[in-house]
Design a protein around this ligand. Structure first.
Ligand code: GLA
Length: 386
């Protein structure tokens, strides 16, 4: 998105008259390359920040009132930063930034009043972490404006707390961490237990990443997400009663078969254990520049998410199968929590345009729905634009 069009939108929403300049910020969305449903099981994940995201315009005010408007929603949200901030259903998307401000209040960060505008070229609620994006963006901007810039890991943790406590989704740390710590042309190899992380160069060679949006809302995804979380906790408890493991990602496949009788819980544990192995294999493949092997691991991950973890669905499966049937694609999987939202594919760069036409038609033919596909680059985490 061009700064000029952001400025134009800001002035349309708030007018020009004001002593303070408008400052602009950007936070990227993310895809989870590999390591799906691993973060809350305390293992290694590998996300990457993408070139679509959420933009914000920030104009400081000499008071403690915050106005929020968005290019995507008619709502006009006003809030006093001097009082305790609480969840309010009628504020819709506004609860994401408000949740972060409430966490910043607890940290005694000096919050300044502002006129705030959000705009996005990231599909919202589509599994590309639009919520983590707006949360990290809010924490970053307000901390910077308060003159107390926070460490990027601290920002990610504040954003996760807002999601856990204010919004009520018990997500792991992967999304917020990726949005905060993204690095251009690199994947982030993150240990969700210790937050130790390293960058793995994403040398895609002749291939590029294409996001495949099912345009299917992730219905009930939050409640199903919580069901998976509980299943993993039960599976871990069963394994712990007979083995010395601390985290489900440490489970040995033979122990899973021995210790867990329930077929559903056994499948969940197998996904976690095999996905963890795939993260290491994927990082090794990228490090040796074997993009084909990396692609094959993506297909294997999708299969496990579909069959063992059961978080895919007809729409996501159709996108991935369609991609797999195309000779210019060497890997694809769903990304994020699942139950709708987006998948992504690794596609030969010379064939991107024809691939996009192909996959949109394929998806429509098999689901009757209108999906969309677009190429993304891998970019830096949250930052100020001007
Ligand atoms: C959502 C959550 C993340 C992670 C993924 C699944 O995106 O917010 O914490 O659990 O699902 O990998």
């Amino acid at each position: 998105m061009e700064i000029k069009s952001l400025q134009k939108l800001f002035y349309q929403l708030y007018g020009r008259e004001d002593p303070y300049p408008v400052e602009f910020y950007f936070a990227p969305g993310r895809i989870c390359l590999i390591g799906e449903h691993i973060d809350y099981n305390g293992g290694w994940v590998m996300p990457a920040a993408i070139s679509r995201g959420i933009y914000a315009g920030f104009r400081k005010e000499d008071n403690q009132i915050m106005w929020m408007r968005s290019g995507m929603d008619e709502r006009d949200i006003v809030c006093s930063l001097a009082a305790e901030i609480t969840y309010d259903e009628s504020r819709g998307w506004g609860n994401y930034p408000l949740g972060v401000l409430s966490e910043l209040q607890k940290k005694k960060i000096d919050l300044t009043g502002a006129e705030l505008m959000f705009n996005s070229d990231l599909p919202i609620g589509a599994g590309l972490s639009s919520s983590a994006c707006v949360e990290v963006l809010t924490a970053y901007m307000f901390a910077e404006q308060a003159g107390t810039p926070l460490d990027r890991t601290e920002i990610a943790l504040i954003a996760q707390k807002a999601e856990n406590n204010f919004i009520g989704v018990k997500c792991g740390i992967m999304d917020q961490f990726a949005v905060a710590h993204g690095k251009a042309n690199n994947a982030i190899l993150l240990n969700c237990d210790t937050l130790e992380h390293a960058y793995v160069p994403l040398k895609l060679g002749d291939y590029r990443l294409v996001v495949l949006n099912t345009n299917k809302q992730r219905q009930l995804s939050e409640s199903k997400y919580h069901v998976r979380l509980a299943e993993c906790q039960t599976a871990l408890a069963l394994l712990q009663s007979k083995t010395g493991i601390l985290r489900l990602v440490q489970a040995d496949p033979r122990d899973i078969d021995k210790c867990i009788n329930d077929p559903v819980l056994r499948k969940r544990a197998h996904h976690v254990s095999s996905e963890q192995r795939r993260v290491q294999e994927a990082a090794a493949a990228l490090r040796r520049g074997d993009i084909e092997a990396f692609g094959a691991i993506l297909f294997a991950s999708h299969r496990s998410l579909k069959e063992d973890y059961e978080v895919s669905g007809h729409e996501l499966d159709t996108m991935v199968t369609g991609a797999q049937e195309n000779p210019n694609c060497i890997g694809a999987k769903m990304s994020g929590a699942g139950f709708g939202g987006c998948a992504f594919a690794l596609v030969k760069k010379d064939a991107i345009e024809s691939f996009i036409v192909y996959i949109e038609q394929y998806y429509h033919r098999h689901t009757g729905r209108k999906g969309s596909a677009f190429m993304v680059d891998v970019v830096d985490g949250v930052h100020k634009l001007i």
